[in-house]
Design a protein around this ligand. Structure first.
Ligand SMILES: [Zn+2]
Length: 345
């Protein structure tokens, strides 16, 4: 599998030298770490506290039949979010899982076991609506990030469901690493305004601009901000993650959901220890070969800077743990043959 040349990695976080977005200085420290250092020297931002979250929840609890819509992927973070909303915060969630045809059975089973154990209603949405878009992305060899396009799509869908069921609060399982400023309640996991996302963002916008002639995708939003702005016109819902307000480490809540909800780690996923859909393998491969890193590198680099994960642990998880065979398996399901040249033979 060709994922491009080996690049020097920042000595403090896990981001590689990838000019112009990320550059390493003479000490081997990346431009993102330097910027963070300067921000902290100016005083940084106050951390969010659980009491802030409790105050927000008070506004919504019990006001509608379901007072929150919880986006469930079957992974540890969103399963813990569902657990917290029901058990810790005594809300009445509607669990929401979508499957665009590439979700893993292990992940779907985790969601089913969790809703059974918690006695929570589940909305399961299965569609082939984005399959064609995925196929087009792989066929054209775009530098756009497959996962970013998917998140634009699934956030649109999530807002639609919140409107349909008149739910004012959307809960995501996003970690602190998945938001550059947790206080921005409507920002998605991929806060693509950050400098370390510049090239990826430009590629994604260009790809989407190229779809404008296709009636199927003419109305596809180009950014998460556009998704939020459009949703606002119809139904106001805020998006939050309990993980932004809690100091709990992943190991702690994994132990809880394993014991209480029968949660199991999936057999196969990238990064190690995560739960992601099968398209994710193609997305990771594509980001590595075009950009030299993935959105997971950005997320984990943030967690390392915040002291939520050690650099060694992040590097271990980010090691590529799949090969050509896996990529072709997923491509087969899209009905395409990856070119030898693409895969590096
Ligand atoms: Zn760094």
């Amino acid at each position: 599998m060709d994922i491009g040349p080996e690049r020097p990695v920042c000595v403090r976080c896990v981001l590689p030298h990838s000019p112009p977005d990320i550059t390493l200085d003479a000490d081997g420290v990346c431009s993102v770490c330097r910027r963070e250092e300067a921000r902290r020297a100016r005083g940084g931002e106050a951390p969010l506290l659980e009491t802030d979250f409790l105050r927000l929840l008070q506004k919504y609890r019990g006001k509608t039949p379901h007072d929150c819509l919880v986006m469930c992927s079957g992974g540890k973070d969103s399963t813990a979010a569902l657990y917290y909303m029901k058990r810790r915060y005594r809300m009445n969630p509607l669990a929401f899982m979508f499957d665009h045809g590439f979700e893993q059975k292990d992940a779907i089973d985790n969601v089913r076991r969790a809703v059974e154990a918690l006695g929570v209603d589940l909305l399961f949405y299965r569609t082939d609506a984005v399959r064609g878009l995925f196929r087009r992305m792989v066929e054209t060899g775009t530098k756009a990030v497959i996962c970013h396009l998917c998140s634009i799509w699934y956030l649109t869908l999530t807002f639609e469901m919140a409107a349909r069921f008149d739910i004012p609060l959307i809960i995501a399982g996003w970690t602190q690493g998945q938001s550059s400023r947790p206080g921005m309640m409507t920002k998605c996991a991929c806060n693509v305004d950050a400098p370390e996302y510049q090239s990826m963002t430009v590629a994604t916008r260009e790809f989407l601009a190229g779809l404008r002639d296709d009636p199927l995708y003419r109305d596809f939003p180009t950014t998460v901000e556009e998704v939020v702005a459009r949703a606002r016109k119809r139904h106001h819902a805020v998006v939050m993650s309990p993980h932004w307000f809690l100091e709990q480490a992943a190991e702690d809540y994994v132990a809880i959901i394993q014991r209480e909800l029968g949660w199991r780690p999936p057999a196969e996923s990238y990064p190690a220890g995560s739960t992601n859909c099968d398209m994710n393998f193609l997305s990771v491969w594509n980001s590595m070969r075009w950009h030299g890193y993935t959105h997971y590198h950005v997320e984990m680099a943030r967690m390392v800077r915040q002291g939520l994960m050690s650099r060694e642990e992040a590097l271990r998880r980010l090691r590529i743990n799949f090969g050509d065979e896996k990529l072709q398996q997923v491509a087969d399901r899209l009905g395409i043959r990856l070119r030898e040249a693409d895969r590096g033979g």
